[in-house]
Design a protein around this ligand. Structure first.
Ligand code: IPM
Ligand code: MN
Length: 361
């Protein structure tokens, strides 16, 4: 029987992106070998260096080109010589929007042996997932200036959502909770989806979210428990009682903010992985941490976030056993090998960490 082959677009990007992507791919190739599928990769040089060389942020046909693939594996975007915003908006957000990757999936999971800044919390307590809406809200860029540069200058940026956007995000979150909630994973007696909002102040946008949440939940997902938290309170509970959470769903801006908080509680940027998901299209997997220019080329950056992105990508492609094998190998490495997750303090080089995981899958 012919082996199943997945076509993967690889965007190593800037800074330490290429170094971590190389280790992510090393582990993916190892696991593919073991589980009997193959990965056909094609590399794209999108990023700061290409922009500085050519003056073009992203080729006009980039999104169409990406649609030829089963998934995109991305390193990091961000260059010290390029003004902040140009590459983020021109590459990262542009791909998310053009490919309609309307979900940003961010697991917050503390692995064994990993240090968390949260006192008295361990892997049992820090184990939840944030489903962030990824193409709407404040990120749509609706707004503008008037009287710019004067003392009466006005700047407006609107939080915009339509029912369709909210509904598709909520449905994804309910489906995800049914499949991967705490009960589904054997870690609790129910699967719970919590909406994170601000219904006490954002009385239009989060009113829409809240109504849709309960309507859809009551009619189509009665088996899933529903909770609601204000976003500010969520930040407190993420620190004080993270064990309360199972799956959280929220809008784009709140999701951006709380997932950085979540990332630091799971050990930081060395480990935090995310997926930009279009359930009906092409999804893109990227570590939450940036391009870390000061560590570039030193073989000291932690590649585990990229390796975990590989696991997320395989899970998304339906290779669940292979994805679990990577996650277990990562847990073994954090639990028995690494001294720290920080660049330069792991006790191993970037490439050695890749080898340690690859050996174990
Ligand atoms: C993230 C990042 C991006 C975002 C930036 C780089 C545009 O912070 O993926 O969380 O705000 O979504
Ligand atoms: Mn962010």
């Amino acid at each position: 029987m012919a082996k199943k082959t997945y076509k993967i677009a690889v965007i190593p990007g800037d800074g330490t992106g290429p170094e971590v992507v190389a280790e992510g791919l090393k582990v993916l190739q190892a696991v593919a070998e073991k589980f009997g599928f193959s990965l056909d990769t094609a590399e794209y040089d999108f990023g700061g260096d290409r922009y500085l060389r050519t003056g073009e942020v992203l080729p006009a046909n980039a999104a169409d080109e990406m649609k030829k693939f089963d998934a995109i594996f991305l390193g990091a975007i961000g260059h010290p010589d390029v003004k902040p915003g140009i590459l983020e908006k021109g590459i990262l957000l542009k791909l998310r929007f053009d490919l309609d990757q309307y979900i940003n999936l961010r697991p917050v999971r503390l692995y064994p042996g990993v240090e968390t800044p949260l006192k008295d919390k361990g892997p049992n307590e820090i184990d939840y997932v944030v489903v962030r809406e990824n193409t709407g809200g404040l990120y749509t860029g609706i707004g503008g200036f008037t009287m710019k540069g004067t003392e009466h200058e006005v700047a407006v940026q609107s939080m915009v959502y339509n029912r369709h956007q909210v509904e598709r995000c909520l449905r994804y979150a309910f489906e995800y909770t049914r499949k991967f909630g705490k009960k589904a994973r054997g870690k609790g007696d129910k699967n719970t989806l919590a909406l994170v909002g601000k219904t006490n102040v954002l009385t239009f946008v989060y009113d829409l979210w809240e109504r849709a949440f309960h309507e859809i939940g009551a009619s189509d997902y009665p088996d899933i428990a529903r909770d609601y938290y204000h976003v500010d309170a969520t930040c407190m509970w993420m620190v004080k009682n993270p064990e309360w959470f199972d799956v959280l769903v929220t809008g784009n801006m709140f999701g951006d903010i709380i997932t950085d908080l979540g990332a630091i509680t799971q050990g930081g940027m060395g480990i935090a992985a995310g997926g930009n998901i279009n359930p009906e299209g092409v999804s893109m997997f990227e570590p939450i941490g940036g391009s870390a220019p000061k560590y570039t080329g030193k073989n000291i950056i932690n590649p585990l976030a990229s390796i975990c992105c590989g696991a997320m990508m395989l899970e998304h492609l339906g290779e669940v056993d292979a994805a679990n094998a990577i996650e277990e190998a990562v847990m073994d490495v954090t639990g028995t090998k690494l001294k720290s997750l920080s660049a330069g303090k792991m006790g191993y080089s970037t490439q050695e960490v890749g080898d340690l995981v690859a050996e174990r899958v």
